[in-house]
Design a protein around this ligand. Sequence first.
Ligand code: PEP
Ligand code: MG
Length: 322
Amino acid sequence: RAGPEEAAIRERVATSDGRKIEVAANVGRAADLEGAVSQGADGIGLYRTEFLFLDREEPPAEDEQYERYVEALEAFPEGRVVVRTLDIGGDKQIPYLDLPAEENPFLGERGIRRSLGSDRELFETQLRALLRAGAVAGGDLAVMFPLVSTVEELDRALDRVEAVADSLASEGLEYAIPELGVMIETPGAVFVAEELASRVDFLSIGTNDLAQYVMAAARENERVADLHDPLHPPVLRAIRRSIEAAHDNDAWIGMCGEMAGDPDLTELLIGLGLDELSMSAVTIPAVKANVGAVETDRANDLAERALATTTRADVTNLLTDP
Ligand code: PEP
Ligand code: MG
């Protein structure tokens, strides 16, 4: 049984006026699962499945993937586990998949584009493993698609889910369709967020990529690091637009980019309207502690003022001297 300290860490948090905020962990290596539990994550908000494909010579088979997803569900018997389908290309490489040398890999075939294109078979195998894991008793699985920029891509991905469900049914295998979601990390997705949200259960904002694409500043280029910053007004406004689109369409919305784990931004992010924040496990205790000190009305006011700023410097001033 959990001792009092451990129980306190596990506690779910709410603002001082009772608005519940889910604080979840990002998992990108096998060891992260343990850290997520020990730091008191409510669940997993981003399970980067790329790591299952790394340091080996061939992709993991369906059964192996199934076991890994079940393992994650078992680590969080009372929390949701959001698994992202394979997101490679751009800065994410897997040697044996022989990714083409593209002139602009960040603008090339990555994320869902590969899953619907060159990696169709891998996508099908992964969906089979995920739908089977969705049937595990007591588990709360969710699946989301990375780098979507059109409604057509989402529709095609959802068709694939249906097709996989049909095959599993015809084979007599147990399965369940999990909660489904889309990552908001391209300007295209922001501008059709209403249509995306109306088709799925949730959205999750990937600010690492969203800042990169909104600001046209590569995420790993130090020469433009000051532009690759989610606190620039254009990115803040893209975030707000996505949140409103989700809520207007009865979808919940989280954030799983690095921004979500900055304890100095907890009040702003709650004010912007996010329902869930997902981050590296190490920052969970600090963010959870901050959520309890937030008062919704004041946070909303802070967010309104942040959205009305013109420059990045104005945002800094607002945050340091609200
Ligand atoms: C993001 O882009 O913000 C995100 C969470 O995904 P990744 O960092 O894995 O691209
Ligand atoms: Mg991303």
